[in-house]
Design a protein around this ligand. Structure first.
Ligand code: NAD
Length: 481
């Protein structure tokens, strides 16, 4: 039996096969001790009628190796194809997506000479749960799910990463001035966990101004932790302003599995022409080598790559007259890195991973302190298009029953009854809030069902309900605007 570490490799679509070949050539020349199992994922698998883009047998390889080096794939447009990336992250529990965005001034053109930001993105939750519904003629919704364990795990991972990598600060981006419950939870847990790491500075920014600051002054940031959507968008921005999306790699880490990739896509227009920059996937493979404990090889290969960049040997995407020295294709770039194995950069900072501890991803979330959960009301959502807010309020008042009372009606979150503003634009999607008539008694699910029956009998089209709970007396629902 060999002492090599088995890894699963997918060559992907578009530029994928070329950049994968280049990457594997470099790391094997550097001495990577790996046994490669190749699987097929992506376009051809989709087009054979597999909506997941991956054959069941490929999961067997992933379960065996637990390490996945993946080139970008093309998701065919339309046709109900599911994103393989989202499926892989969720199936394998890869909750932490780590995306270092570094500028290589003065060798790669950038507006931000001093930039070395690591974005730690939550990978499984948020609006990416894929729970979407069309509810009326006019209204569609997407559910944003944020969980306490999800926040704890990703935020702790960001702080552990900062400690292991000698970073000074962790910043959180969120939008809790608007999403007080979901983003509010993320912020609250960030503040709690930050206290466990007194040696690491911490700060929280509202994502909009934080993003503006990141785009303008990235040197003000170190490690940034974000929920899924903000992290998806802003890591592309960060990689692009550092120099090129073609230069950033990423790791997707879970308790038992890990996947490594470039952050960019399959760039089909560049495919098959020996043009693409393999650096994003290569830097992903460096993260993989560190993950499997081959820090010596990672250090050697990464330093040779830095030296190649420094020597001005550049693919078309980063080639600039005056700054660059030689424009090369994918293969020649890989060969230039191989030629420099054993060398270090002269001006750029050389890396040394041998003393960087691995960041473990299997820390359990803290135990739940169970709170009393009391049902105190229900929001009933109606599809109604035959009258105004006033009309709806008057009609609903006639729905009999004394255990719950109609408190207000809102439309797109704005209260429109009672005492609404006639100027408020209303769609056909109405939220009707019923609260227990007696404050101190609460209601139960049977009473909710009775209310729905009465609403249905009165001829209304109810489309969903959301129960309103108090947790230890504190409202677990948003008030109306
Ligand atoms: P893209 O990242 O493929 O390309 C965006 C731009 O960047 C293009 O101009 C391209 O030429 C350039 N570019 C990207 N990588 C490069 C590289 N290594 N070297 C040189 N130039 C590079 O994004 P897109 O065009 O929006 O998407 C193309 C396909 O990739 C789509 O099918 C999309 O679904 C898929 N995609 C896959 C992944 C993944 O597998 N992880 C991620 C994003 C997009």
């Amino acid at each position: 039996m060999s002492n090599n570490t088995p890894i699963t490799v997918a060559y992907g679509d578009g530029i994928g096969p070329e950049i994968m070949e280049a990457t594997l050539n470099i790391i094997t020349a550097a001495g990577a001790r790996i046994d490669i199992e190749t699987i097929e994922v992506g376009e051809q698998v989709y087009l054979r009628g597999n909506v997941q883009g991956i054959e069941p047998s490929a999961w067997d390889s992933l379960r065996r190796t637990k390490v996945f080096l993946k080139a970008p794939i093309t998701t065919p447009q339309g046709g109900g194809y599911k994103s393989l990336n989202v499926a892989t992250r969720k199936t394998l529990g890869l909750y932490a997506n780590v995306r270092p965005c570094v500028s290589y001034h003065p060798f790669v053109k950038t507006k931000h000479p001093i930039m070395d930001v690591v974005i730690v993105r939550e990978n499984e939750e948020d609006l990416y749960a894929g729970i979407e519904h069309r509810q009326t003629q006019d209204v569609y919704q997407c559910l944003k799910l944020i969980t306490r364990p999800g926040c704890e795990k990703i935020i702790r991972y960001a702080f552990d990463y900062a400690v292991a990598n000698g970073r000074k600060k962790v910043t959180a981006f969120m939008k809790d001035n608007i999403m007080k419950m979901t983003d509010g939870l993320f912020h609250k847990i960030f503040d709690q966990i930050a206290k466990e790491y007194p040696q690491i500075e911490n700060e929280a920014w509202i994502v909009d101004i934080g993003a503006a600051k990141l785009a303008d002054t990235p040197e003000a940031f170190d490690v940034i932790v974000m929920q899924n959507l903000y992290g998806d968008i802003l890591s592309d921005v960060a990689a692009q302003i550092a120099g090129s999306v073609g230069l950033a790699g990423s790791s997707n880490i879970g308790e038992n599995f890990a996947m490594f990739e470039a952050i960019h896509g399959s760039a089909p227009r560049r495919a098959g022409q020996n043009l693409a920059n393999p650096s994003g996937l290569f830097l992903g493979s460096i993260m993989m080598l560190n993950h499997i404990g081959q820090t010596d090889i990672a250090t050697k290969a990464h330093n040779a790559w830095l030296r190649t960049i420094e020597d001005g040997i550049h693919t078309y995407d980063i080639f600039r007259e005056g700054t660059s020295k030689q424009k090369v294709g994918t293969k020649e770039f890989a060969q230039a890195v191989i030629d420099r194995l054993g060398q270090k950069p002269k001006e750029l900072k050389a890396v040394d991973y041998k003393s960087v501890p691995k960041v473990e991803a299997h820390r359990e979330a803290s135990k739940v302190i169970r709170q009393n959960k009391d049902l105190v009301g229900v929001d009933v959502f109606l599809d109604f298009s035959t009258g105004s807010a006033e009309d709806l309020g008057e009609l609903l008042k006639k729905v009999p029953g004394s255990d719950v009372t109609l408190k207000f009606i809102s439309n797109r979150g704005v209260k429109v009854w009672p005492d609404g503003n006639p100027e408020t634009y209303c769609t056909d999607h109405w939220r009707c809030r019923f609260m227990a008539s007696k404050d101190d008694v609460g209601i139960n699910n049977s009473q909710v069902i009775d209310l729905l029956t009465r609403i249905n009998d009165a001829g209304f089209d109810f489309i969903k309900t959301e129960n309103l709970y108090n947790f230890d007396g504190e409202a677990g629902y948003s008030k109306s605007h």
